[in-house]
Ligand binder design. Sequence first.
Ligand SMILES: Cc1ncc(COP(=O)(O)O)c(C=O)c1O
Length: 370
Amino acid sequence: MWFKRMLIEKESPEQFGYDRIKYNLTESSTTDKSLSDLGIKLGDDLLLCYGDHYGSVGLRELIAKRYGADKDDVIVTVGACMALFLVYNTLLKPNDHVIVMHTKYPANVEIPRSLGCNVQTYELKFENQFRMDVDEIVSMLKPETKLVNITYPHNPTGTMTDAASIEKLAAACEKNGTYLMVDETYGDLTMGERLPHASNLTNYGICVESLSKAIGAPGIRTGWVVCKDKTLMDAMIAVKEQVCICGSVIDEECARQILERNDEIMSGIRADIAEKFAILCDVMEHQDVLDWVKPSGGVVCFPRIRPEIEIDTDEFYRVMNEKYGTFVGPGHWFDQDDRYFRVGYAWPTGEQLRKGLEGIINAVKDTRKN
Ligand SMILES: Cc1ncc(COP(=O)(O)O)c(C=O)c1O
């Protein structure tokens, strides 16, 4: 057995127990929605048959429209995480050279590690405002590099890149015969214009997304992969069929109804995010124990305890959890020091967010040694 459980999943709030958390700042999505919140209606006659193995035609057409693609360029998956699994498992063999942006959502790096690939990480650094330098990634390409994987908007830092950087990277990957997978799971949470889709820039481009984060519907487990390379699509559908044959017809019908009204649903969600972002900025700008890179996408940020503060991080998390009822995503979920942590600001209510942020700050003050 070579697959290991990822700490972000093992220690996730749903496994720990939502009822044990007062101020939940661990989530990377907007507030969870119900069927009625999203106006979804399921008829009594919805047939519980095997569905189209690629995903229902109506759903794939709506996804394709977002990408300027054809429905045949789309495979619907069980969340974005299955899309990542399909891509890695079709493209890679042990020892293949892969470049993965890091820190990041762990599956992006754990799947190729589990497959025994030669994984080279491109490190995002706080000192550089977590910015991607495309020239540096291009300089890491080797003739044999199979895949480059980046995420935008980025989890856990909430940072963005620009269209020119994506275009430059796509061109360099195509020239090198390397696939470029862009994890766009937070795509609809871009502040401003969405980035160009890699699947439109090169035949080696692959896009991954889902309805988990922006919509706040991770429970329907619906994501997708978009790619114009037919050979790769054939291989990916083979993996999907071997894992689950097809997706859930109920989930896919919910997803179809959401995407049909996506703009309308997202405008309400964006207003809610804006209110919470204002609270986040207000608290962060009036404290003196944390440093941060102000996020420009997604609904998370990745602050750190200021370097001059001496602290036992285990004690800090214990006090924050037990005394203040506040939970965040600790750095170790993302292969980082626990002085860093992810704050998800759009899932809790505004009041819970403010109390949770105060809990973090008070826990630093209570436990600092200098
Ligand atoms: C960047 C990124 N990709 C993929 C996923 C998987 O999400 P899901 O499978 O719910 O779509 C996550 C979840 O946190 C994520 O942050």
